[in-house]
Design a protein around this ligand. Structure first.
Ligand SMILES: [Zn+2]
Length: 432
């Protein structure tokens, strides 16, 4: 971390350091232009009946093609995968060759971005090794881990009953899994607060239409906040209400742990299913996310549905269309869990200076100062970074000393300020 410094003058130039963002005329915007909030649908694949349902869900969310639910909504939504599960649930080893090929294509395109443990029936290090060998053999890379149910390969000891990072346990695999490339983990932390990376607010949780149930949800969240402030380790993440923190697994390996949000008035385990997501993607909740300028990893299980032929009911379809409208009109940027984690890390970890004189503004970004080499930000993590500047036409940018060739010039946004930004490329959904 650089020591805080004031902005200072050097000849005719005024140099503003990032620690003086408020005073500076070059300011890092919270989200890629023109968005005012970011959201990842972070879905566990539990109970997805088969590969057809999995595929139709992904096609509806990620394309504008015709699907059993009508025209797709053209968002960017990721999904999870696991390996050893009972035969009535979609999983990598359960499905057929076409299902495995589909999963690999979606991993390569970035649409399957999270490992959801190794599955309920993976009880040993050998199960983990077999899955990782398969992924490596097909050049399939995943960087996000999400604990599942009470799978023994989970990392969290308390809520998720895991032993995956306990050296000496037969399910210990943290060394193999982190060496394979996992560096982001979810270990059971869920909040009812809409919007992270902004101060926690309990307003909006209580719903006068459901006073008792929503009152209970409010009290639970209040208790988590209180416990966080009194040093409770289990709820430590709820206090600062940040999307992620850097921490360690029990075997000493460093990871980034993230928190998910389940904002339904009935509590964090209410309506976290595909069949009920229409109750969560409401105008009220989405508007609040925008008003707060928050980031959200939305906790859900999209494969928990009632009709295998038409996976999403009309309420769910309406909810996704509502979200799609807010994405397409430039309010909420919807992306995958992995991309959102990378973006939030980039905004927190880069160092930068804005150097401004009469006819030129130069922004120099440095990604190298804080992390060990294996955990450096990638170029993709910097996608979408946006800086407010007084005049985009005279602004240039460097990243680690290299010129950025195609900086985007943006019109003034809702705050009236113009900006420049790095491109935010969309993921390309596989053909079949
Ligand atoms: Zn699960």
């Amino acid at each position: 971390m650089n020591p805080p410094r004031d902005h200072y003058s050097q000849g005719s130039q005024t140099i503003f350091m990032r620690d003086q963002r408020q005073a500076s005329q070059v300011v890092l915007r919270d989200f890629p232009y023109p968005y005012r909030a970011m959201l990842a649908i972070c879905s566990d694949l539990d109970e997805t009946p088969n590969r057809h349902v999995y595929w139709e869900i992904m096609r509806f969310l990620n394309t504008a093609d015709t699907t059993p639910m009508g025209q797709g909504v053209g968002l960017e939504v990721g999904n999870t995968i696991y390996f050893d599960m009972p035969s009535n649930q979609f999983a990598y080893w359960n499905t057929d060759d076409a299902g495995r090929e589909m999963a690999r294509a979606l991993i390569r395109s970035g649409h399957i971005d999270c490992l959801h443990s190794y599955g309920d029936l993976a009880t040993t290090r050998q199960h983990a090794g077999r899955a990782l060998d398969e992924l490596a053999r097909h050049d399939c890379k995943l960087q996000v881990w999400i604990d599942h149910g009470t799978a023994v390969t989970n990392f969290d000891p308390d809520i998720m009953h895991g032993h995956g990072d306990e050296i000496g346990h037969q399910a210990y695999h943290a060394d193999l899994t982190t060496e394979y490339g996992i560096k982001y983990v979810w270990r059971g932390r869920v909040t009812s607060v809409v919007g992270q990376d902004v101060p926690a607010r309990l307003e909006g949780i209580w719903d006068r239409r459901h006073p008792i149930a929503s009152g209970r949800t409010w009290l639970k969240e209040f208790a988590k906040q209180l416990l966080a402030r009194t040093g409770n380790a289990k709820y430590a993440m709820h206090g600062p209400n940040e999307t992620f923190r850097s921490t360690f697994l029990r075997d000493g390996r460093s990871v980034h742990e993230f928190m998910r949000c389940s904002p339904h008035w009935g509590g964090v385990s209410s309506c976290e299913e595909g069949r009920a997501i229409g109750e969560v993607l409401t105008a009220e909740i989405l508007d609040r996310l925008v008003e707060r300028g928050g980031t959200c990893f939305l906790y859900t299980h999209l494969g928990k549905i009632d009709d295998v032929k038409i996976p999403f009911n009309s309420g769910a379809v309406e909810g996704f269309r509502r979200l799609a409208e807010m994405f397409h009109n430039g309010r909420i940027l919807v992306t995958t869990t992995r991309r959102l984690l990378g973006y939030r890390r980039a905004t927190r970890q880069i160092t930068w200076v804005g150097i401004e004189d009469d006819d030129h503004i130069r922004i120099a970004i440095d990604t190298r100062s804080e992390s060990p080499r294996s955990d450096r930000l990638s170029e993709a993590d910097l996608a979408g970074l946006t800086f407010y500047v007084s005049d985009p036409e005279i602004t240039s940018m460097t990243i680690d000393g290299r010129d950025v060739p195609h900086l985007k010039h943006n019109e003034p946004d809702h705050t009236g300020q113009a900006s420049v930004s790095l491109d935010w490329p969309t993921l390309e959904f596989p053909k079949s």
